[in-house]
Design a protein around this ligand. Sequence first.
Ligand code: SF4
Length: 317
Amino acid sequence: MTDQGKKVLLAAPRGYCAGVDRAVETVEKALEKYGAPVYVRKEIVHNKYVVETLKERGVIFVEETDEVPEGAHLVFSAHGISPAVRDSAVQRNLLTLDATCPLVTKVHNEAKRFARDGYHILLVGHEGHEEVEGTAGEAPEVTHLVDGVDGVDRLPDFPVDQKLVWLSQTTLSVDETMEIVNKLHKRYPNLENPPSDDICYATQNRQVAVKAIAPQVELMIVVGSQNSSNSKRLVEVALEAGADDAHLIDYAHQIDEAWLEGVSTVGITSGASVPEILVREVVEALAERGFTDVDEVTTTTETITFALPRDLRPART
Ligand code: SF4
């Protein structure tokens, strides 16, 4: 094969979404304003590079609020928190900044409202994911997790007059979620739909972009971390949409030469928590291997931005 035939298709949109951008900037601005150390509960976003870079700048990541000294600054991550976590921060007199993505907060508000109105909530999401723990924590007595299509079978029977609604994690596969929801509707005919999509615009747009290029590539490289839900979904979506092979990597040096054997077209995308510099390094690594023809395929353009937490906004003049 000549190098001339080797091509890269770059999916767009990819990488940082508005919620991640806001969360990372919240920590950066907190460091500027209050100085190090700034504490962050859990990974601010699920990306190794971002977390390591912030650690070098004086951020201390903790699992729980009781690891933070009384009176210190603590940032809550983009994935959101349950009311119990918020309460424990208040009890420790922590100075908190909330980097929860507004689109996650929207799901929390839906959960609170439906619970107040007497519903049981069937929450489609991945067990143990921080976002799911936060959302379920808003109404723990009436929330039932549905993890995967098989999760529907593990749900209890409800009285016929019990009001039911489904909500979801923001970073799921759109297609798999629809499969789960169809199965839920079959099992519970009175199940109601949420007022709007919980799977966020960024997750959906990145999946659409991957689907557009997947049928044309033999290999899809997804840049993202193993604990990033939306990045992992991009690997699955790529394979389902026709890519012969797909891998999730944090860094360019993780590209395995064996993946490239006999490959003429490589697709590249990145999860919503991935800085563009990591994608550029993958593009460069492929160029060194003869994949110099790079074509960006744009399926939509994103313009959404979210304001920083109030304490970090620039003062009005
Ligand atoms: S992936 Fe969606 S929900 Fe998550 S931080 Fe980004 S915009 Fe918010």
